[in-house]
Write a protein that binds this ligand. Structure first.
Ligand code: CP
Length: 298
């Protein structure tokens, strides 16, 4: 694998291999097993132009668990403030010694641009409202750990789908693994154009009892999302709504949560919630991606 800018570049066997590797690394971490030093003498550079807790820290720890060095670019104290272009910035980070670049940026398609500018593999840590490939993979690994076979599961992705790069990656990976995906939310937050194979509805309460996975999304006000006063009444997953879910159904959220908006605190922390389990799959997923890319480094 030469970089990872979209899950659309991966076929089913590659996705399954990454999930298997993720679950194996997760077990290694939990049991204290050593892992191959695949990134020894290699440098992973994180260049995040948007805020992150989970993705940034887990790429750092993933690289370190594979014995790599990590350097972190901080845009707010960088020479970008002195007028350096993004292209010069990326080439500079590579010239300093990065072997792999992990980038997050508000502009859709930014990782592909960086891949044109530099020869080193680029990993998309989230681009605008487009994609978040490692989130999609860690979600697939989390569900595989829970259900083994995902074929026939029904997933409802609820909330601000139109601004969500997570939804952009879920729709690439989940149908590939046999999961039926439905986007759910007010019309103003659903994608403008239909996405192949994905159903769309505004009526969460009608579809809720059919779902195996309720995947909640934050309303991204920073990307211009506007919601009516009735948003929480119609879409927040509170205890009353959760009681109408199938007994074995699970709740997911990529984080960060806005507790009390899209999800009630007791539901977020309740027994059906996989939210912290998703976070726990973040490091081994990013290890798996870095490991696959490391095999292509010269
Ligand atoms: N899910 C996710 O991308 O979280 P961060 O923004 O904290 O990285």
């Amino acid at each position: 694998m030469k970089g990872l800018t979209t899950l659309g570049q991966l076929g089913v066997p590659e996705i399954r291999r990454l999930i298997d590797l993720t679950l194996s690394y997760k077990q290694d971490i939990e049991t204290g097993n050593g892992v191959e030093r695949l990134l020894q003498h290699r440098v992973v550079a994180n260049a995040f132009f948007e805020p992150s807790t989970r993705t940034l820290l887990s790429f750092e720890l993933a690289a370190k668990r594979l014995s790599g060095h990590v350097i972190t670019f901080h845009p707010e104290i960088s020479s970008s403030l002195k007028g350096e272009s993004l292209q010069d910035t990326m080439r500079t980070i590579t010239a300093i010694g990065a072997d792999i670049l992990v980038v997050r940026h508000a502009e859709n398609g930014f990782p592909d641009l960086v891949q044109e500018w530099t020869a080193v593999p680029v990993i998309n840590g989230g681009d605008g409202s487009n994609e978040h490939p490692t989130q999609g993979l860690l979600d697939a690994a989390t569900l595989t750990a829970r259900f083994s076979d995902l074929t026939g599961l029904k997933m409802g992705v609820v909330g601000d789908v139109g601004h969500s790069r997570v939804a952009g990656s879920l729709v690439q990976v989940m149908p590939t693994l046999g999961v039926d995906v439905t986007f759910i939310g007010p019309e103003s937050l659903l994608p403008e154009s239909p996405i192949g194979g994905v159903e769309v509805t505004c009526d969460l309460d009608a579809i809720l009892p059919e779902l195996d996975v309720i995947y909640l999304l934050r309303v991204q006000r920073e990307r211009g999302a506007l919601v009516g006063d009735d948003y929480e009444t119609r879409y927040r997953l509170d205890g009353k709504r959760a009681s109408r879910m199938k007994p074995e159904a699970v709740i997911m959220h990529p984080g960060p949560l806005n507790r009390g908006v899209e999800i009630a605190p007791d539901v977020a922390d309740g027994p059906r919630s996989l939210i912290l389990d998703q976070v726990r799959h973040g490091v081994p997923t990013r290890m798996a991606v870095l490991a696959e890319i490391s095999r292509t480094l010269q």
